[in-house]
Design a binder for this molecule. Structure first.
Ligand code: C2E
Ligand code: CA
Ligand code: CA
Length: 661
C-alpha cells in the first residue's frame, strides 16, 4: 500500500494532490479513445494472422471478447467524460482505472502468449512485435498516470522478456533484450515527463494562489479605502461613488421619477457632547450611532458617514413623499434613543434633509446641495425632524440668492439701521435695557427682515462687516440714553468663532463713548454648540471688557443646565415660543417655571421674550419672572424715536400693565 501511495503521489501536499489528480484525469480522458484504438486495431491484426492457425476460441472468440470489452470501455468513456466528480469520486475512479488497466494488460498478455505455440516463425515474430508495439503505444497514452504506466510496463514486459528469453531462439531473445532496453528508456522518459507534469500543476496552483492573494489584497484595500474607520460604514468617497453609480443609468432615461432619493443626516448637539465629555466619549457615541444606522440598512437604503457627525443616505425605489417621511421618522427614532455607555449617557436629536431625483436635481452636486438645503431648513425651522426638498424650497433658494446678491452690493451705512425694543423690569417698573434689532431697507427689495438677511450674511461671510457697522450704530444711539439704561446687542455665532471678528467687536466697543459695562451681548446657543472652547474664550474676552452676556432664545435648542453654568453667562432670554400659551398650557408653564428657578439658583437674570398680552405677563409674574420684553411693553422703534417713545414719557402703557396687578 505504501508503494502504491508513494507512486500515486500520496506524499505531496493535499491541495497539490487533488489538483494533480484532476489534471491527470483530464489528460487521461483525452487519451482513452487512442489507447483502446491501438489495442483493438493491433489485436484484430494479430487475430487475422492467426485465423485458421490457432483454435477458434483463441483466434476469434478471445480477441472478439477483448475487443468488445475495449469498445464497452469507450462507450462508458463517451457517456461519463463530461461528468463533474467530487474529490473522493475522482480518487476512486482513478484507483479503479489503475486496476482495470492492470487487468486488461494481464488479459491481453495471456492471450498473446497463448497464441505463440500455433504459428510459424513469422506469426511468432508478429506476436512479439504486437506485444512490444502495443505496450509502447499504451505507455504513451498513460504518460500522465505514472503508476498505471509502470504497472502496465511491468505486467507486459516482465512476462514478455522471460517468455521470449526462455525460447532460446536467438532472434526472439534479441527481440526480448531490445524491447527490455526500449522499455527501460521509456520508463526513464516517463519518469522525467511525469515530474515535469507535476511541476507544471504545482506552479499553476501557486500562480492561482498568488493571483487569489493579490485579488484578496486589492479587495481589502478597496474595502478599507471605502470604509469609515470609526463606524465601519461606507465613507464619503464611497457614498459619492455609489451615488454616481445609481445616477448614471437614470440620467439616460426620460425622467424616471420616484426611483432615487438622497438624504443627509446631521446629529444635532453632537459637537456639544464632544466638547463637554471629550472626544473619546464622542467616538463611542458615533460608533453606536453607526451601529444603529447599520441596523436600518435594507436593499433599498444605504447609509454612509460623510462627515464628523453627518451621514449620507441613498434610497432606491421607495422615494414617494410619504415613504421618505416615514423613513426619516424611523431613522430619527433609532438615533434619538438614549445612549447608555459605560462612561455616562447621552441623547442626540437628528435632522434629515432629503432630495428626490429628478425633482430636486439631476446631478450628484445638485442633489447633495438640495439635500443639505432641506437639512438646514429642518434645523432652522423645525428644530430637527425630516424635510424633503420641495418646489417651495427652490423658490426660496432663488429668493435667498437674490438677497445675497443685493446684500453684497448694499451700502450698510445708508441701508441698514437699528430699531430698539425695551426690556422691562416689571418689579422695579422701569426699562432696564433696549435690545438693538437690525433693519434693512434695500433699494431693490424693500424691507428685508433680519431673520432673513442675518442668516444670509452669516452664510456668505458678510456678517462680520455687518456686525461692526451695527454695533457702532447701536452704541452711537445709546450714548444719549440715561446711564442706567443698558444696550443689548445681538452677536452672531460666527462673530464668536472667528478671532478676527471678535477683535473688531472689542475695538468698536472701546472706540465708543458708551461704557462697556452698560452693554449686554446676546448670543445664541448655536455658537456654543459649534465650538464650545472657542466660544468660552470669546465670552471671557467680552466679560473682561466689563460687558455682560445674555444667552438668547433659550429653550429652543440644546442648551442644558450644564452649558449654562459652565459659561460666564449673566442673563438667560427665554424664547417667545414658550410664552404664546403660557396662560393656558401647563407644560409651557412648567418649562418656564423651571428656567426661572434655574436662573434664580445660578444668580442670573431671566428675561422673558415675546410677551404680548397682559394675561401672559400676569401668568409669568406668578411663576416668579420679572424681566420681560415684547409688544406689550413696546415694539421696536427707530433710534430717533426711542427718546420720545420711552424716555420722555416713560412707559405709560407698561405702568398700567404692572400696576394692574
Ligand atoms: P431675537 O434676537 O430673538 O429678537 C427678538 C425678535 O422678536 C425681534 O424680531 C423682535 O422684533 C421680535 N419681538 C419682540 N417682541 C415681540 C412680541 O411681543 N411678539 C412677537 N411675535 N415678536 C416680538 P426681529 O427684529 O425680526 O429679529 C429677528 C431675529 O433676527 C432676532 O431674534 C435675531 O436673532 C436676529 N437679529 C436681529 N437683529 C440682529 C442684529 O443686529 N444682529 C444679529 N446677529 N442678529 C439680529
Ligand atoms: Ca436677541
Ligand atoms: Ca430671542
Amino acid at each position: 500500500m505504501s508503494f502504491f501511495k508513494r507512486w500515486s503521489g500520496s506524499r505531496i501536499a493535499p491541495a497539490v494532490r487533488l489538483e494533480l489528480r484532476r489534471s491527470q484525469y483530464r489528460a487521461f480522458l483525452q487519451q482513452v479513445p487512442l489507447l483502446y484504438a491501438v489495442l483493438i486495431v493491433n489485436t484484430v491484426t494479430v487475430a487475422i494472422t492467426h485465423f485458421g492457425v490457432a483454435p477458434v476460441y483463441l483466434s476469434v472468440y478471445a480477441p472478439a471478447l477483448l475487443c468488445l470489452f475495449c469498445i464497452g470501455r469507450v462507450a462508458v468513456w463517451l457517456h461519463s467524460r463530461r461528468r463533474m466528480l467530487s474529490d473522493e469520486a475522482l480518487a476512486r475512479r482513478l484507483r479503479t482505472m489503475v486496476w482495470m488497466i492492470a487487468g486488461i494488460g494481464t488479459a491481453f498478455v495471456a492471450w498473446a502468449l497463448s497464441l505463440y505455440p500455433y504459428g510459424d516463425a513469422y506469426a511468432r515474430s508478429h506476436v512479439a512485435f504486437y506485444m512490444a508495439m502495443t505496450v509502447i503505444g499504451c505507455i504513451f497514452c498513460l504518460m500522465h498516470m505514472r503508476f498505471a504506466a509502470l504497472l502496465l510496463t511491468t505486467i507486459v514486459i516482465v512476462p514478455f522478456a522471460l517468455f521470449f528469453a526462455s525460447t532460446h531462439n536467438p532472434v526472439l531473445v534479441a527481440i526480448a533484450v531490445n524491447v527490455l532496453l526500449v522499455a527501460v528508456v521509456m520508463v526513464l522518459i516517463l519518469l522525467i515527463y511525469y515530474r515535469d507534469f507535476r511541476n507544471l500543476v504545482e506552479s499553476q496552483i501557486q500562480l492561482r494562489a498568488k493571483h487569489a492573494e493579490t485579488q484578496r489584497l486589492s479587495d481589502d484595500n478597496f474595502r478599507l479605502a471605502n470604509l469609515d474607520a470609526l463606524t465601519g460604514l461606507p465613507n464619503r468617497r464611497r457614498f459619492f461613488a455609489d451615488l454616481d453609480q445609481h445616477l448614471v443609468p437614470l440620467q439616460g432615461q426620460a425622467r424616471a421619477p420616484g426611483s432615487l432619493a438622497i438624504g443627509v443626516v446631521d446629529l444635532d448637539g453632537f459637537k456639544r457632547i464632544n466638547d463637554l465629555y471629550g472626544h473619546a466619549f464622542g467616538d463611542r457615541v458615533l460608533i453606536e450611532t453607526g451601529r444603529r444606522f447599520a441596523a436600518q440598512v435594507t436593499p433599498q437604503l444605504s447609509v454612509a458617514r460623510i462627515g464628523g457627525d453627518e451621514f449620507g443616505l441613498i434610497v432606491v425605489g421607495a422615494t414617494a413623499y410619504r415613504q421618505l417621511l416615514d423613513l426619516g421618522d424611523r431613522l430619527c427614532g433609532a438615533i434619538e434613543r438614549p445612549y447608555a455607555l459605560p462612561e455616562g449617557s447621552a441623547r442626540l436629536s437628528t435632522s434629515i434633509g432629503f432630495a428626490n431625483f429628478p425633482e430636486a436635481g439631476e446631478t450628484t452636486t445638485q442633489l447633495v446641495e438640495r439635500a443639505y438645503y432641506a437639512l438646514h431648513f429642518a434645523q432652522s425651522h423645525r428644530r430637527g425632524g425630516t424635510v424633503i426638498f420641495s418646489p417651495e424650497h427652490e423658490t426660496q433658494i432663488r429668493h435667498l440668492s437674490r438677497i445675497e446678491e443685493c446684500l453684497r452690493r448694499a451700502d450698510y451705512e445708508r441701508e441698514i439701521s437699528l430699531h430698539f425694543q425695551p426690556i422691562y423690569d416689571t418689579a422695579l417698573r422701569e426699562i432696564m435695557a433696549f435690545e438693538a434689532l437690525a433693519r434693512w431697507t434695500s433699494p431693490e427689495l424693500g424691507v428685508v427682515a433680519p431673520s432673513v438677511f442675518v442668516p444670509v450674511a452669516e452664510r456668505c461671510d458678510l456678517i462680520h462687516a455687518l456686525t461692526e457697522v451695527l454695533l457702532r450704530k447701536a452704541l452711537d444711539a445709546a450714548r444719549n440714553w440715561p446711564e442706567v439704561v443698558r444696550i443689548s446687542f445681538n452677536l452672531s455665532a460666527r462673530d464668536l468663532t472667528s478671532p478676527g471678528a471678535l477683535d473688531r467687536v472689542i475695538r468698536t466697543t472701546l472706540a465708543s463713548s458708551v461704557a462697556p459695562h452698560r452693554i449686554d451681548f446676546e448670543i445664541t446657543e448655536t455658537a456654543l454648540i459649534q465650538d464650545f472652547g472657542q466660544a468660552r474664550t470669546a465670552l471671557d474676552a467680552l466679560k473682561k471688557l466689563g460687558a455682560r452676556i445674555s444667552l438668547d432664545d433659550f429653550g429652543t435648542g440644546f442648551s442644558s443646565l450644564n452649558s449654562v453654568h459652565r459659561l460666564p453667562i449673566d442673563k438667560v432670554k427665554v424664547d417667545g415660543s414658550f410664552i404664546a400659551g403660557i396662560d393656558r398650557e401647563p407644560t409651557a408653564r412648567a418649562i418656564v417655571k423651571s428656567i426661572v428657578e434655574l436662573c434664580q439658583n445660578l444668580g442670573m437674570t431671566c428675561v422673558i421674550e415675546g410677551v404680548e398680552t397682559r394675561a401672559q405677563a400676569d401668568a409669568l409674574r406668578e411663576l416668579g419672572a420679572t424681566v420681560m420684553q415684547g409688544h406689550l411693553f413696546g415694539k421696536p422703534v427707530a433710534a430717533n424715536q426711542v427718546f420720545d417713545t420711552y424716555v420722555r414719557e416713560p412707559m405709560r402703557r407698561v405702568s398700567r400693565t404692572s400696576s394692574s396687578r
